[in-house]
Design a protein around this ligand. Structure first.
Ligand SMILES: Nc1ncnc2c1ncn2[C@@H]1O[C@H](COP(=O)(O)OP(=O)(O)OP(=O)(O)O)[C@@H](O)[C@H]1O
Length: 227
């Protein structure tokens, strides 16, 4: 971390293949920030997130995320960078053939946790944070959509990330459940973990006003107001 800065992009150009998607991106996200990311389909939101989690490399400008220099990121660094980032994406859903506890255990083993007592404590802690301690032995299909999304957030918290990156975390949820999920993410940001949420849901943004950045016409605009 450089000071309180968790994400810092300066003059970064973002390409998909040879296609320039976003140019001269300047973005700062600090400890505990809660930031909405908006923009039309195809405007570059996912590409921006990909740069942050090391799935797209950068050649122009300077980029840092979770203490890693994105200009110099080697393949071997990527798993370590991702431990500094809690990823809540639609395509990282729960494994349906095992309990909530086993889902969390799976990630912990994959990220190098060995001590059984510490693992059990950490699983209890993250489930407590998302209000689902009593569901530890349940299978995913025994939980509601909102509860499953809470487990995905718990899983993202396991390695105590500096930032949560959430792509449409309320996409499949009804309005009340969406509000509960955003309230949880807000609460997480208040405890010091930054949160960046990509969404098309302006209703939820109006309900939880916060800093908004927008991908538009090949740029990332800062401090956008929505009507
Ligand atoms: N793997 C790829 N190869 C080539 N071009 C791509 C690739 N992925 C995305 N693009 C292009 O990059 C541009 C930005 O796409 P991106 O997925 O970042 O948009 P988005 O704002 O996240 O859209 P959505 O809201 O639909 O998820 C689009 O023009 C898209 O067609």
């Amino acid at each position: 971390m450089i000071g309180n800065s968790i994400i810092k992009l300066q003059g970064v150009d973002i390409f998909q293949q040879k296609h320039l998607v976003l140019s001269d991106v300047n973005l700062h996200i600090d400890k505990g920030d809660f930031v909405w990311l908006i923009g039309q389909t195809g405007s570059g939101k996912s590409s921006l997130l990909k740069v942050i989690y090391g799935d797209l490399s950068i050649n122009t400008g300077q980029g840092h995320a979770g203490g890693y220099d994105l200009n110099k990121l080697a393949n071997k660094d990527i798993p370590y960078l991702r431990r500094k980032l809690g990823i809540v994406f639609q395509d990282f859903q729960l494994l349906t053939d095992r309990t909530i506890e086993q889902n969390l255990l799976f990630v912990m083993k994959a990220t190098g946790w060995k001590d059984k007592k510490l693992i059990a404590e950490r699983i209890r802690d993250v489930l407590e944070k998302v209000g689902l301690r009593s569901k530890i032995k349940k299978m995913p299909h025994e939980l509601s959509g909102g509860e499953q999304q809470r487990v995905v957030i718990a899983r993202a918290l396991l390695n105590d990330p500096e930032i949560i990156l959430a792509d449409e975390p309320t996409g499949n949820l009804d309005p009340d459940t969406s509000e509960e999920i955003v309230m949880l993410l807000k609460q997480i940001s208040l405890s010091g973990t930054a949160v960046l949420v990509a969404t098309h849901d302006y209703h939820i943004i109006r309900t939880f006003p916060s800093r908004i950045i927008k991908c538009e016409s090949g740029k990332v605009l800062e401090d956008v107001q929505i009507g």
